[in-house]
Design a protein around this ligand. Sequence first.
Ligand code: ZN
Length: 219
Amino acid sequence: MAAISGIFSGKASKTFKPKKNIPEGTHQYDLMKHAAQTLGSGNLRLAVMLPEGEDLNEWVAVNTVDFFNQINMLYGTITEFCTAENCPVMSAGPRYEYHWADGTVIKKPIKCSAPRYTDYLMSWVQDQLDDETLFPSKIGVPFPKSFLNSCKTILKRLFRVYAHIYHQHFREVVSLGEEAHLNTSFKHFIFFVQEFTLIDKRELQPLAELIEKLTSKDR
Ligand code: ZN
């Protein structure tokens, strides 16, 4: 079970927000299973490709849910270190600082601590994933026209959690023995967003060097 719902089953069991489940018996569940199996083959470039005959929206939906769950778990392992004292701002190294705005409820970006920012961010993503008009889980219910654009925003924001973990908490990740888990998850994420051009290069700048390193070895 764990191998299907969390594609990479690390040691971590604590999640930051509740895990988002894809209901068993649905086509999305089968796609999720397919993704887990192809990932097991070790060829990430191949694993992220749209499976033959499948719908792009559905494929992006399933993977977006999975990335949310992975990041949820990864961040969950370091919450004791990511405190308002240690991380008074949501940063990704000295050159990047994020202020939270969701564009609807909070329009004017607010400067807040990293744990608060991440809480806003993950709650916001959770709301998007739970919105049946945006992420329909029932068979035959079409995805909205704006679906891919919405996913782009979700993935762009989720990237910031990786960026914060890598820049501010990598030592702790290593001490927890979660380094390989983090790298595999991030590499999968990057290969996926590159395959479908889902995040603007500019947004990926805070981890540009790492991305270069992770993606240059195998194409
Ligand atoms: Zn932090």
